[in-house]
Design a protein around this ligand. Structure first.
Ligand code: HEM
Length: 265
């Protein structure tokens, strides 16, 4: 620390004044419940940021063959995910009528437009060029999404790691086009069955990936239930069919091979 830099305080280090100035309701009054709505979304965005930070770390650890440390980081990710699911309880204390007091002031704003949520999806293999193009050229969000769109997914990092662990992962998987979806593969399933039967260290890693997959599905399920109880079958502010659209995203596995092998073990 240079002599001229003042010592950090809680307020200066965490930028509390700036943070507390970021909640700006749009409803007149403003309506009481809008504060909760803003804060909960901002908290989610912060958790998304932390998740991306941890996912990037897991990928680097897998690339460095640090299986133990990648499991440790995955456990942190899963704990955050649990908190994120639990937080939906808070928003469910808001009744449909309370939401209606300010809903029209949201215009087209919707979690649908969260670039960090899309970044997480991209990293997990759910990629879409259309989702990238929704953000203006040159924006932070567009640059981040383009980078993740062309980057490898967590599953790719895992398969490459398995290959270095001397599993016979076919080249077509190691050098696959990373833009495409992660598809189920009998070749990979055979390898995974071998891992589960004979390799407890890597089987444990697989189980953490299943936890992650289940955790994301759990969030999607709880979110759609919250949407159903708050707005019923109305269209979303983001322009989709609302709950109907969201229901299609629930139950779609991120790592299909890890689910497929369960019935073969
Ligand atoms: C009263 C509370 C909420 C309602 C009624 C609601 C409603 C909706 C609806 C209808 C959609 C579909 C897209 C659209 O047309 O808008 C959606 C998508 C989404 N919402 Fe919410 N939401 C709520 C709270 C939240 C919260 C707290 C988060 C946390 C960040 C969130 C994150 C998302 C995300 C990430 C999507 C995109 C999902 C996807 O495309 O798979 N929502 N929401």
């Amino acid at each position: 620390m240079s002599e001229n830099t003042p010592a950090a305080t809680y307020g200066s280090y965490l930028k509390i004044d700036e943070l507390l100035a970021l909640q700006q309701p749009r409803s007149s009054g403003p309506e009481h419940d809008e504060m909760l709505f803003i804060i909960i979304h901002q908290v989610y965005e912060l958790w998304f940021k932390e998740l991306l930070h941890e996912f990037d770390h897991v990928m680097r650890l897998l690339e460095a063959d640090e299986s133990h440390r990648s499991q440790h980081t995955l456990k942190r990710i899963l704990t955050i995910l649990k908190v994120m699911v639990a937080q939906l309880d808070i928003l469910e204390t808001m009744t449909p009528l309370e939401f209606l007091t300010f809903r029209e002031r949201l215009d087209a704003a919707s979690g649908f437009q969260s670039d960090q949520f899309r970044q997480i999806e991209f990293l997990l293999g759910v990629k879409s060029e259309q989702a990238t193009e929704r953000f203006p050229d040159g924006s932070r969000a567009r640059a981040a999404l383009e980078r993740r769109y062309h980057g490898i997914t967590l599953w790719d990092a895992f398969l490459r790691y398995l290959s270095r662990e001397r599993y016979d992962v076919p080249r077509s998987h190691l050098a696959r086009n990373v833009i495409g979806p992660v598809e189920a593969s009998p070749d990979i399933q055979r390898i995974l069955i071998d891992v589960y039967r004979r390799d407890p260290k890597n089987a444990e890693l697989c189980e953490r990936l299943v936890d992650l997959d289940e955790g994301v599905q759990e969030w999607r399920y709880r979110h759609v239930k919250m949407v159903e109880r708050t707005i019923g079958a109305k269209r979303g502010t983001g322009g989709s069919g609302g709950a109907e659209y969201l229901r299609e995203t629930v139950g779609r596995p991120i790592f299909p091979d890890l689910w497929a092998i369960r019935s073969q073990l």
